[in-house]
Design a protein around this ligand. Structure first.
Ligand code: SF4
Length: 263
């Protein structure tokens, strides 16, 4: 009896995750796996001159200037680097003007061999205080999202483009991105995830080198140096706009299905 009750509670707990994400019905037959940028009309993607893939134009024109350029990784050494070596190289970093205002560098955390990597914008107050990414309310929601696709937080790797908190949580500035971004690229090269999930406008626009709004970038896979990149809304945005959870649920289901297809 006790085991049956525990199982029931577990199922209920999972259902609450889905409900919290805005799911209102079960999906017994997951839709066909979308590797490239599937449009709402299910049209195949178009290849770019660089060999990357962008969504085929549907009702709206495809996001422009989305090219997974090899130059993004030009500075990366050919040999595989351990994350620990990258962290040591970062050291007590003073490479940009955010250093004096930070409490802790937030390098990243999780599985160094993760198949799925989340990349956010920059640490907030909670993250700055603890030196860990996504530990506040938004972080708790991110944990729920990860659990909803049957993964654990320790299975994935989570980090930000900037490793130090901008004052007052203002937007990162270009000189800060230029100084910090190479470390993110080295993290990606070390982990070699199958999927990178860019969280929020800034994360997506910076990685994809585009000014397209997140509302047009999300929901599509982009080629990104051997990985698939999916952009979706930031959990902090979802806390303010709970009606958008359903879209994030759609996005993470695509990630889940793609990862399944690779096994
Ligand atoms: S944001 Fe990045 S580059 Fe700037 S001080 Fe922090 S670790 Fe260094």
């Amino acid at each position: 009896m006790k085991n049956k009750r525990n199982l029931g509670e577990e199922i209920l707990s999972h259902l609450r995750f889905y409900q919290d994400l805005g799911v209102r019905y079960a999906d017994p037959a997951p839709e066909a796996i979308t590797i490239h940028a599937a449009t709402s009309k299910g049209e195949p993607p178009e290849a770019t001159a660089s060999g990357g893939v962008v969504p085929r134009a549907a009702a709206k024109p495809a996001p422009s200037a989305i090219i997974a350029s090899a130059s993004l990784f030009d500075d990366i050494p050919m040999e595989m680097e351990e994350l620990e070596a990258i962290r040591q190289d970062l050291g007590d970093c003073r490479r940009c003007k955010l250093a004096p205002g930070r409490t802790n560098i937030v390098f990243g955390s999780g599985n160094p061999h993760a198949e799925l990597m989340f990349v956010g914008e920059a640490p907030g107050a909670d993250e700055d205080a603890q030196g860990l990414p996504f530990v506040g309310r938004a972080g708790q929601l991110l944990s729920k999202i990860i659990e909803a696709i049957n993964m654990r937080r320790e299975d994935v790797y989570i980090c930000n483009i900037l490793k130090c908190r901008p004052p007052g949580n203002r937007n990162p500035e270009s000189d800060e991105i230029s100084a910090c971004e190479p470390f993110l690229f080295r993290q990606i090269a070390s982990i070699r995830p199958k999927v990178i999930c860019a969280l929020g406008t800034f994360g997506a626009q910076t990685l994809l080198r585009t000014k397209e709004p997140i509302s047009r970038l999300r929901g599509n896979f982009f080629e990104y140096r051997g990985a698939k990149l999916m952009a979706t809304f930031h959990p902090a945005y979802l806390l303010r706009n709970p009606n958008e959870k359903r879209k994030v649920w759609d996005d993470v289901q695509k990630i889940r299905d793609y990862l399944k297809s690779t096994h």
